[in-house]
Design a binder for this molecule. Structure first.
Ligand SMILES: Cc1cc2nc3c(=O)[nH]c(=O)nc-3n(C[C@H](O)[C@H](O)[C@H](O)COP(=O)(O)O)c2cc1C
Length: 205
């Protein structure tokens, strides 16, 4: 496994453009990305972005590489029950994982260690190996159940980053709002980014 490998999961919360942009930026930053896509995430991607991904992981990878114009060598798309994937075992899994967007369903499953599909298992592995897990949760309003699940995971060191872009960078477009969230995620996991200037800096760096 490459040193700069990372696991990215797309689940069925609204916010497919965040997931796509984050994938594109991680690949541009020379990461090898293990991409996990839930069935609901595919529905959201088609609804919000018009991109219909095939069910077969290799065909989904080909479609994504063509859509984003990215290098296929850096991307592995894993199936829902691909239990032999590196992300399914602490002996091989990347130490960092981002779920973006993260549905409240996947949040609950991760908070309870369900490990019933590869996304849940991969998150469980990162938790047990004490790696870095970031959940970009989107729902509104939040129920006490959602808040308790987030609190439980936060106490274990998981980063909860609500998909809630700021407006102080004066966004002119939806892309600007998407980039705000993606920039904060990249900052958090230590990836250099120039999408949005840091607080206190006037110029884009
Ligand atoms: C277009 C669309 C938007 C959705 N938006 C959200 C959302 O913002 N947050 C959420 O928690 N679930 C949302 N859902 C519902 C989830 O997709 C659903 O609960 C699903 O079971 C989640 O499964 P997953 O976590 O395996 O992807 C949405 C579903 C669709 C089709």
């Amino acid at each position: 496994m490459a040193n700069n490998a990372i696991t990215l999961a797309w689940t069925g919360a609204s916010g497919a453009p965040y997931g796509l942009r984050l994938l594109e930026r991680l690949l541009a930053a020379d990461y090898h990305v293990y991409l996990l896509i839930s069935s609901a995430a595919k529905v959201v991607l088609a609804t919000e972005h018009g991109l219909k991904l095939p069910g077969n992981p290799d065909a989904a990878k080909a479609a994504l590489c063509e859509h984003l114009g990215v290098n296929a060598d850096q991307l592995t798309v894993c199936g829902k029950e691909d239990w032999f994937s590196p992300v399914a075992s602490g002996s091989a899994a990347p130490k960092q994982m981002i779920v973006c967007p993260c549905s409240t369903g996947s949040l609950a499953a991760i908070a309870h260690g369900m490990s019933d599909n590869l996304i849940e298992r991969a998150a469980d592995v990162v938790l047990k190996e004490r790696g870095q897990l970031v959940l970009v949760v989107r729902e509104t309003p939040l129920s006490t159940l959602h808040l308790e699940n987030m609190t439980k995971l936060s106490r274990m060191g998981v980063t909860i980053m609500p998909a809630a872009p700021g407006f102080y960078h004066q966004p002119q477009s939806i892309d600007d709002l998407v980039d705000f969230m993606v920039a904060r995620i990249l900052d958090h996991i230590g990836v250099e980014q120039t999408l949005v200037p840091r607080w206190g800096y006037d110029q884009r760096s």
